[in-house]
Every structure is written in structure tokens, then in C-alpha cells.
Design a protein around this ligand. Structure first.
Ligand SMILES: Cc1cc2nc3c(=O)[nH]c(=O)nc-3n(C[C@H](O)[C@H](O)[C@H](O)COP(=O)(O)OP(=O)(O)OC[C@H]3O[C@@H](n4cnc5c(N)ncnc54)[C@H](O)[C@@H]3O)c2cc1C
Length: 340
């Protein structure tokens, strides 16, 4: 276990914001975590668990303790004829895990290739891309309950998964359970998920024969598409998609579509999902800057740190964009990034 005092979190958030926490503790197994918790709780100071910091915005210094897991290890928990259950430590880099599953011939996560972050957060965030979500493959999530140090395992159905949502984000639960391991149910046979129009178009453009497509090939294409569209965290700071795609009632959509016939839209469970990136682009923000914070030139949904931006700079930009989108479309954008 490693403990650092007055620690700069710049290397621990993909926005690259320089913010300090009072204490940073990195633990490598469940026992170490159990040892830390009673002292933390007794201290009455704030504390939180982070992963790779790829969906966080530190708006200011953090006045308490930040916990980070480096729990590693991947094991096949159950080996069936069609499916395997694979359990991975929360501290493993997500994309290393995806790469490992494909190398072993276990399929289901290929569309989620190259998403930044760690395995633990995949189950909190219900990460999604190109028509797949973590929830499609999660079997169970093993946690430590910070209130008493006990182990609690959530089966998939108990996790309340929805678009970028899980029980671990809900009021009253948020921050209580620390994920130590996630178990994924993966298939032995590759059945590509090709429901996302943009991905299909890309496969057609490359003249890929769908019946010959391998999981490795699909992964490589997805990585290339992502690299072309999204900033590399090591080069330019961001948290990926900064806002969630808004879901509006059908009647709101009908009125907007009459005004903007080309507005991209997708079916959603409770209405119509709109493209936050398109709304921001229509307000003229793509590629624009507000001080050291800006909107990525290739994707309007991504706010970036052009160098030296503070959390307050990013907040100022995000609030300005929210105001402009609201004034033009009457739609309130909600951040996907978590403000700390
Ligand atoms: C360039 C870029 C592209 C991105 N593309 C996508 C994308 O395509 N799809 C997508 O869904 N997301 C995307 N994201 C967002 C991000 O990658 C995901 O949200 C990711 O799951 C965050 O993982 P993390 O380990 O960095 O978690 P963090 O950002 O550190 O934390 C996220 C949340 O999880 C909690 N948490 C983290 N670890 C644990 C744990 N062990 N136990 C309990 N709670 C925990 C934290 O408290 C926090 O609330 C992108 C981000 C970037 C920078």
C-alpha cells in the first residue's frame, strides 16, 4: 500500500488538471482496502475512490483522501461450452482486459476496445460504444461495503443498468460500495455486434467482407476510428464525451424536427435520443476556445484542455455551451463527466 500526502492528481485525470488532494492511497488487494476504511471513516474527512480519472473533472483541490486500486489478476471463474465467466481485478486497465479476452478467444467486449479507464469503473459507468455496453456482458460485480467492510456481490440484475447508468451512481448508494472485481460472461464464438450505423459505414468503406470479419480485425478498426475521432489523453486532455446525449419526449422531438429536419435522432426507451455533439456544433462551438479550454475540432461533444486549464475554466466553458444549447433548442444538456 502506498500513501502520499498533498498529492498532485494531474497524472490521475485524463483532463490533465493540476489539482491536489490531501492524501492519495493506492492499495493492491481487498485486505489492504479493509484496513484503510475504518480510519478513513473515523477521520470524518471526505474520501472517494477513483479509477483512471478518465471521466472526472476536478473543479478544485480535493480536501480529503483519494483511493486508487491496483487490484490486478484475471481468472476464468467458470468454463462452459458456449460461455466463460472471467473475473478481473478493478485496477486493471480496461483496454488491456479487452485485449486479453480476445487473445484467449473470449468474445463480447470487442466493440468496447480502447475506452480509457479501468475495469472497476466499467461497471459503475456502464461504458458503451458502437452498439455495445458493459452491461450486455457483466455477470456480477464484487464490492466492499465501506460502511462495515463486508463483501457484497451484485448480480447483473441488481445493478440497475441503463444508458451510462448503474446503481453505483444512484443517490444514497454513490460512493458506498468499492468495486474490487468484475465478472464478465463472454462467448466462445464470435458474433459481431454491427448495429451502429457509423461502424457499418466504416466497414463498407474498407470493403470488409462481413462473413470473414474476425474479432481482432473489428477491434483494430474500432481503435483506428477512435484514434481518428477522439483526442489521445496523453496528448490532449479530455474526459471523452463531456455531455450525455439528451432524451426528449416524442412531442418535443416532433416540434424540433419541423424546424431542423436534418437533426440526428435515435430511438430510446423513454422518447427520442438526440446527438449532444450535433446540438453543440449547431451553436458554432466546434473547434472554438474559451481561454485554455476548448471544444475538440473533430468532435463537438468533447471538451479539451489546450494546456494549463483549471477545472474552473472547463466548468465555465461547459456552462456557456449549456446556456447556448438551451437558448437555441430549449434542451438542457447534462454532463456525463463527474464534477468533483
Ligand atoms: C478520450 C476518451 C474517450 C472516451 N470514450 C468513452 C466511450 O466510448 N464510452 C464510454 O462509456 N466512456 C468513454 N469515456 C469515459 C471513460 O473512459 C469511462 O467513463 C471510464 O469507465 C472511466 O473509467 P476510470 O477508471 O477512468 O474511472 P474514473 O473516471 O476515475 O471514475 C469514474 C467513476 O467511477 C467510480 N469508480 C472508479 N473506480 C471505482 C471502483 N473500483 N469502485 C467504485 N467506484 C469506482 C469513481 O468514483 C467515479 O464515480 C472516454 C473518456 C476519454 C478520456
Amino acid at each position: 500500500m502506498l500513501t502520499y500526502e498533498h498529492f498532485n492528481l494531474q497524472q490521475h485525470n485524463t483532463f490533465g488538471i493540476s489539482a491536489h488532494c490531501k492524501r492519495f492511497i493506492e492499495y493492491s488487494n481487498t485486505e489492504e482496502l479493509r484496513q484503510i476504511l475504518p480510519t478513513l471513516i473515523a477521520s470524518n474527512e471526505p474520501w472517494m475512490q477513483i479509477g483512471g480519472g478518465s471521466n472526472l473533472l476536478f473543479t478544485t483541490d480535493y480536501p480529503g483522501t483519494i483511493l486508487h486500486s491496483v487490484i490486478s489478476g484475471i481468472e476464468v471463474a467458470e468454463d462452459g461450452e458456449e460461455d466463460v465467466l472471467v473475473t478481473a481485478g478493478a485496477g486493471i486497465c480496461w483496454d488491456n482486459f479487452v485485449e486479453w479476452t480476445l487473445r484467449h478467444g473470449y468474445y463480447g467486449l470487442e466493440n468496447l476496445s480502447y475506452i480509457p479507464g479501468e475495469v472497476g469503473a466499467s461497471a459503475v459507468q456502464n461504458i458503451g460504444a458502437y452498439g455495445s455496453e458493459a452491461a450486455d456482458s457483466i455477470q456480477s460485480v464484487t464490492t466492499i461495503d465501506s460502511t462495515d467492510g463486508s463483501t457484497k456481490t451484485f448480480q447483473r440484475d441488481e445493478c440497475h443498468y441503463a444508458y451510462r447508468h448503474s446503481i453505483f451512481k444512484e443517490e444514497g448508494v454513490r460512493g458506498r460500495y468499492i468495486i474490487t472485481h468484475v465478472t464478465y460472461r463472454l462467448r466462445r464464438t464470435f458474433r459481431p455486434v454491427l448495429v451502429y450505423a457509423g461502424l457499418l459505414r466504416e466497414l463498407e468503406r474498407r470493403s470488409v467482407k462481413m462473413d470473414e470479419l474476425t474479432a481482432d480485425e473489428l477491434r483494430q478498426i474500432i481503435i483506428e476510428v477512435r484514434k481518428a475521432k477522439l483526442p489521445e489523453p496523453a496528448e490532449i486532455g479530455s474526459a471523452g464525451s463531456f455531455f450525455m446525449n439528451p432524451i426528449v419526449p416524442q412531442e418535443t422531438f416532433d416540434k424540433l424536427q419541423a424546424l431542423y429536419p436534418n437533426m440526428p435522432h435515435y430511438p430510446a426507451l423513454a422518447g427520442v435520443k438526440l446527438s449532444a455533439g450535433w446540438l453543440i456544433d449547431q451553436c458554432g462551438w466546434k473547434g472554438k476556445r474559451l481561454g485554455p479550454a476548448g471544444v475538440y475540432a473533430l468532435q463537438a461533444l468533447v471538451l479539451v484542455n489546450h494546456g494549463g486549464a483549471t477545472g474552473a475554466d472547463i466548468v465555465r466553458l461547459s456552462e456557456t455551451i449549456q446556456r447556448d444549447v438551451f437558448n437555441k433548442f430549449g434542451i438542457q444538456l447534462h454532463p456525463e463527466a463527474i464534477f468533483i
